[in-house]
Design a protein around this ligand. Structure first.
Ligand code: IMP
Length: 192
């Protein structure tokens, strides 16, 4: 079964392909000929995931899903949240985002945070939403070389390594996206 994943992020594609396995042919945007940036202007993760999936569906008519992830930091009232990608600048500057996060939390004892992923699926024209959350804490400096985005700053709950210090499999087993995508995969398995 072919299904479009609304991303060109190679890390995300790998993560999702690992979770979903071989039952589905996960196709990236580039592979289905979509090269333009898809707008992400909604005020919520769910809104962004849905609007991306609707865009792909309108363009291709294919079954598709889209995700949107935010890092929600307790001491910052849930920020950067839906603005995680554009926290420091309008571009998508991971280094600047991590620096700003550390700055905003400097001197703050409460480092509790969570990653939250919303996945929107359009299957046979019907819309579905799935959510995955992992609680954890923000480090005081970066650790590890793996992963992407805020991974070097995030200790998942109960662990003493950041996501960037874990293998892809280890991260997937407990991550926000892993959890949301497993729900998606279970749902799809029931449909085929
Ligand atoms: P988006 O879901 O690709 O829009 O991601 C929003 C922001 O969260 C970007 O800054 C990403 O780098 C970051 N992000 C998304 N998923 C992860 C993750 O699994 N680990 C670390 N950062 C992430």
């Amino acid at each position: 079964m072919k299904i479009v994943f609304a991303t060109n992020n190679a890390h995300k594609l790998d993560e999702v392909r690992q979770v979903v396995g071989n039952s589905f042919d996960i196709v990236s945007l580039r592979e289905c000929g979509i090269t333009e940036d898809i707008p992400e202007n909604e005020p919520t993760l769910e809104g962004n995931a849905l609007s991306k999936a609707r865009y792909i569906y309108a363009r291709t008519g294919l079954d598709c899903f889209a995700d949107d992830t935010g890092l929600e930091v307790d001491a910052l009232g849930g920020e950067p949240g839906v603005r995680s990608a554009r926290y420091a600048t309008d571009g998508h500057d991971d280094e600047a985002n991590k620096r700003l996060l550390l700055e905003r939390l400097s001197g703050t004892e409460n480092r509790a945070a969570q990653f939250r992923t919303a996945v929107a699926l359009i299957l046979d024209g019907e819309e579905y939403l799935f959510e995955g959350i992992v609680r954890g804490a923000i480090a005081t400096e970066q650790h590890g070389e793996g992963g992407f985005g805020y991974d070097p700053l995030f200790y998942p709950e109960g662990g003493d390594r950041t996501f960037a210090q874990m293998s892809g499999e280890e991260k997937n087993a407990i991550s926000h996206r892993g959890r949301a995508v497993r729900k998606l995969a279970e749902f799809l398995q029931e449909k085929i």
